[in-house]
Design a protein around this ligand. Structure first.
Ligand code: ZN
Length: 309
């Protein structure tokens, strides 16, 4: 049995974002607190006892407090069910939560060498001492099985694969610590419970849907997919910023080449948008955009929702 908890469904900044007065953020602060959402991350487990985080968001501390599945075992002075953290990119909303896990409990960080190079080049991450926090490189198209604290296999098979994206925005115009070339800045993950064969896909960032990606996702029981923006230019037209979704490495939900259309005929069991920016009108229940999305079989789920496969 594969268990998944949505720790956070929002993009960078969360909902509401601290400095934002857009319609979604305003209503999330007042009439519609149910719209509040923390920055994107999920937790997966196949035994219910040991959990792996997919990305560590800046809201991790709040997410762990709100998630009983991830609380320390009763009767233990120091314990965490979190056995590992798998990073799919090095954006702040994927890695900053690691700094909230610096109290000496052992776990392993699994990430592509390009992401590990960024952690290594930022000395603040040295608070995660090598003795308790191992850093394990993972490679594109090479499945791995994260281990339990005693070194035994977890029963979860993870296949990282390259998806169209870009390096972290804070590196724009600067040299990448791992060099200019090479894939691995943005990964998708196929996560499988080895015993049952049930699996899901996780893509919190994806700039476009390629034929290769379509063939991977076809028939999948569950897909978490990049839902950052409804329209590519929505930040600009709303007066919230100067960047398009594409320039940030994110596909739009709508449009001929958007996520809803591109993944429309792939016979996917459950389609869940994740990493949704507060500018996205589909966050508003009852909006035309939300109706369109739901009519196409997609869901936006609240933080804390658990799905079992
Ligand atoms: Zn906003």
């Amino acid at each position: 049995m594969l268990r998944v908890v949505i720790l956070g469904a929002a993009a960078g900044g969360g909902v509401p974002q601290w400095n934002c007065g857009c319609p979604v953020c305003r209503t999330a602060r007042s009439e519609n607190p149910e719209l509040r959402s923390t920055q994107a991350s999920i937790a997966v487990s196949c035994d219910g006892e040991h959990w792996f985080l997919i990305n560590a968001s800046p809201d991790l501390r709040q997410q762990l407090t709100a998630t009983p599945q991830l609380h320390p075992k009763q009767g233990q002075l120091r314990h965490s069910p979190i056995t590992g953290v798998i990073l799919t990119n090095s954006e702040i909303d994927a890695v900053a939560g690691l700094l909230s896990m610096r109290e000496g409990s052992p776990f392993t960080v699994y990430a592509h060498p390009r992401v590990l190079a960024i952690l290594k080049s930022n000395s603040i991450f040295n608070v995660l001492g090598e003795k308790s926090v191992k850093r394990q490189p993972i490679e594109v198209d090479q499945a791995f099985e994260p281990t339990l604290p005693d070194g035994s296999p977890s029963g979860i098979k993870i296949l990282p694969f390259e998806v169209p994206g870009k390096a972290a925005w804070y590196l724009e115009g600067q040299a990448h610590p791992a060099g200019a070339d090479g894939a691995g800045d943005t990964l998708g993950l196929r996560i499988e419970d080895k015993q049952s064969g049930k699996y899901l896909y996780f893509l919190a960032a994806c700039a476009r849907v390629t034929d290769d990606l379509k063939s991977r996702l076809a028939g999948a029981p569950l897909v978490f997919f990049d839902g950052t923006v409804w329209r590519d230019d929505e930040l600009i037209t709303a007066g919230l910023g100067s960047k398009t979704g594409q320039s940030m490495g994110h596909i739009a939900m709508s449009g001929d080449h958007g996520a809803i259309e591109s993944l429309g005929r792939l016979d996917i069991g459950q389609k869940v948008f994740l990493h949704i920016n507060n500018s996205n009108p589909a966050l508003l229940n009852g909006s035309d955009e939300r109706k369109t999305l739901e009519h196409a079989g997609w869901k936006i789920l609240a933080d804390g929702t658990e799905i079992t496969l």
